[in-house]
Design a protein around this ligand. Structure first.
Ligand code: SAH
Length: 244
């Protein structure tokens, strides 16, 4: 039996946004590994073992998946959105460091629709010009790094997408981020809060930075800040394609 490992993105929530490529590997898999709510999206079937695990154990989860693939299983690690965006793909490559045996395995990364793209599409085209995305969680990097990146991105006039904006365990970080952005970009800059995009709970709000409050975001929200030219047209928000 030849094992393999696929690291797959399930998209933002709607099953229609799971790519056919990802559906095909899931149909062939013997094992699905991932964070509990993502594994919960996989329909159980005979011959498929589901291995849900808690958050923050990414490296252990990656090693367990590699062990199973090395033993001949057909393993899919599932992430939400895209597996390369603040998700499991990097954890798998980190686990491969120094492991020549695992490096010889059949490993594929299968892209998915990441939250910021689904959110931007729902809002209009706020990422229609140059943009960057920043993870606001300080679990894996010091807050000073986040703050420096926010200031530099603002000064370079990038539109920005923020992942993991605010959690119960660190509610103060997003308030600090908003204060920094208000200082750099001024009160009139548009900011969109896109919650649970592509699910029945989807909710989008666009306000100015002057009106934004930390409570507008939670861990199911991706936040999109416009650049200096981003504006409203009808019920949409977009960033022009050119800079003059
Ligand atoms: N790999 C994922 C991101 C994982 S980090 C991706 O590519 O989308 C988790 C963060 O993603 C959340 O805190 C939130 O900021 C964002 N997110 C994921 N799914 C979302 C959705 N359906 N709607 C809004 N934000 C979402």
């Amino acid at each position: 039996m030849t094992g393999w490992l696929a690291i797959a993105g399930l998209g933002p929530g709607d099953d229609r946004l799971v790519t056919p490529e990802v559906q095909a590997v899931l149909a062939e898999a013997t094992d699905v590994v991932g964070y509990i709510p993502y594994v919960a999206r996989i329909a159980p079937r005979e011959g498929l073992a589901l291995h849900p695990s808690d958050n923050r154990v990414e490296l252990d989860r990656a090693r367990a998946a590699l062990e199973m693939a090395a033993a001949g299983h057909r393993v899919v690690i599932v992430s939400s959105g895209d597996p390369g965006v603040f998700a499991m793909a990097s954890a798998v490559f980190e686990a491969l460091e120094g492991r020549l045996d695992w490096q010889a395995l059949d490993i594929r990364v299968l892209p998915g629709i990441t939250a910021m793209l689904a959110a931007a599409a729902a809002a209009g085209a706020p990422l229609g010009h140059d943009f960057c995305c920043i993870n606001l969680s300080d679990n894996l990097k010091p807050w000073e790094v986040i703050e420096t990146r926010l200031r530099h991105a603002a000064r370079a006039d990038f539109a920005m997408a923020f992942y993991n904006p605010r959690s119960a365990s660190r509610p103060e970080g997003f308030a600090k981020a908003l204060a920094t952005l208000l200082q750099e970009c001024g009160p009139d800059r548009l900011i969109t809060f896109a919650r649970a995009v592509s699910t029945p709970d989807q909710h989008l709000t666009t306000v100015t930075l002057g009106e934004a409050t930390p409570e507008m975001a939670d861990m199911r929200t991706v936040v999109i800040l416009g650049n200096s030219a981003t504006h409203r047209v009808g019920r949409w928000v977009y960033s022009p394609r050119s800079v003059r």
